[in-house]
Design a protein around this ligand. Structure first.
Ligand code: ZN
Length: 172
């Protein structure tokens, strides 16, 4: 497995909507393994989307316990949100914007369907941090970034004060 380079804004690939995965082969499984390795490799992240490592495909990995037990890994290929609750403003970060945090309106609870790396379809009912993370990562797959979701640059786009401390709030 390889730790991949994370692309930062304004790299153009971050703006390209990703096509769906059609073939669940060892190339896909290798990409997923490298993405998991990269997410766990001192990034301070709980999620990572394929375009952030230069691959324009609908794949992301997440683990809201990435900082601690690393026992909540989810791999989502061609994810689709089936239902979502009303929005609430949440604070989030992004590996492609290492110096910033944003206040973004996200659904607190969602149901999402996604394939794993072997092509098996799963359904997840998620809330809080996991729900926010899925919405943030699906945005990446659509070429949408945090700043597209904020209402005001003045109040919702914040420079990180303390990277270590704030990193715990980071979604991705
Ligand atoms: Zn992100």
């Amino acid at each position: 497995m390889t730790v991949l380079k994370i692309l930062k804004y304004p790299h153009p690939i971050l703006r390209i909507p990703c096509p769906e995965v059609l073939v669940f082969d060892e190339v896909l499984q290798g990409l997923v393994a490298d993405m998991v390795e990269t997410m766990y490799h001192g990034t301070g992240a709980v999620g990572l989307a394929a375009p952030q490592v230069g691959q324009s495909v609908r794949v992301f990995v997440m683990d809201t316990n990435a900082y601690t037990t690393r026992d909540n890994l989810k791999i989502m290929v061609n994810p689709k949100i089936i239902s979502a609750s009303r929005n609430k403003t949440m604070r989030e970060g992004c590996l492609s914007f290492p110096d910033y945090l944003a206040n973004v309106k996200r659904s607190k609870r969602i149901t999402v369907e996604a394939f794993d790396a072997l092509g098996v379809l799963h359904s997840y009912e998620l809330k809080h941090l996991e729900a926010v993370c899925v919405q943030h990562e699906i945005d990446h797959l659509d070429g949408v970034l945090m700043m597209d979701r904020i209402e005001s640059l003045k109040t919702d786009w914040l420079r990180r004060q303390n990277t270590q401390e704030e990193a715990v709030d980071s979604q991705d």
